[in-house]
Write a protein that binds this ligand. Structure first.
Ligand code: BGC
Length: 235
């Protein structure tokens, strides 16, 4: 994990509903230091989260550019939705604001898209879902992202969305057994809807899965949400 001189380092940032994480990556996307995490500031408004990122950045070795995963729709560096953060994020230019604060170029993308980049093989139809505070989703065709897939807020069952049935609030309220039953049903639904070659399941709550996954599905480590950040700079 020693930093050789002369390479370009990327500060990867993952903004979540419960934690904000950072780590630096080399040009191949390998970690160059220790992952650091702080609790998401409350209320989770833009200025407070940016402050947290600026402080976390100081814990890392030097870097030349930044890649950020954000828990909502992102278009041209502007955050368009933020269901699990704060309404102040709607139409906020995270890319330019953070770039000014850190004095480095910044690219921002949806957090589930970044998880996907950190996990997919780049062959066939690959679907990624993330189980954390919210329910994230990302779809890839031969390694190319289909942008802005927001399955979490679509109806799933009993008049509730995937996120309402499977987000952290539901897990806390209903318990692991019910949450697992729901997730098994959700995966069966998604398999029929997308007919994917592979399903990847990420996010901090994926560790609670207690049933046997189908052969074409696997759990990916949460660190993919940081490791995938390198893809933003490789495109
Ligand atoms: C957001 C998605 C995000 C997911 C996971 C959902 O509430 O709408 O954009 O990927 O949470 O953070």
């Amino acid at each position: 994990m020693n930093k050789p001189n002369g390479s370009i380092w990327t500060l990867a940032v993952d903004i979540g509903g419960s934690g904000v994480k950072v780590m630096i990556l080399d040009e191949q996307g390998n970690p160059g230091g220790k992952r650091e995490r702080v609790k998401t500031p409350q209320p989770p408004k833009p200025e407070a989260i940016i402050e947290a990122i600026v402080n976390l950045a100081k814990t890392q070795p030097d870097y030349q550019r930044v890649a950020v995963g954000f828990p909502g729709v992102v278009q041209q560096g502007i955050t368009k939705t933020a269901v699990n953060l704060d309404a102040d994020w709607i139409d906020f230019n995270l890319e330019s604001t953070l770039s000014q604060r850190l004095g480095k170029p910044v690219k921002v993308a949806n957090d589930a898209d970044i998880q996907g980049f950190g996990a997919i093989k780049g062959q066939g139809l690959e679907l990624v879902i993330t189980l954390g505070t919210g329910f994230g989703s990302a779809l890839f065709i031969n390694g190319k992202l289909v942008p802005n897939l927001e399955m979490g807020h679509h109806p799933f069952r009993k008049g509730e969305t995937y996120e309402e049935q499977l987000g952290r609030a539901a897990l806390d309220k209903e318990g692991k057994k019910k949450w697992n039953n729901r997730l098994e049903k959700a995966i069966a639904n998604l398999e029929h809807l997308f007919n994917y070659d592979a399903l990847y399941i990420g996010g901090g709550e994926a560790k609670n899965i207690e049933f046997k996954l189908p052969d074409n599905a696997k759990i990916i480590p949460n660190v993919a949400g940081l490791l995938g950040g390198i893809a933003l700079w490789n495109q």
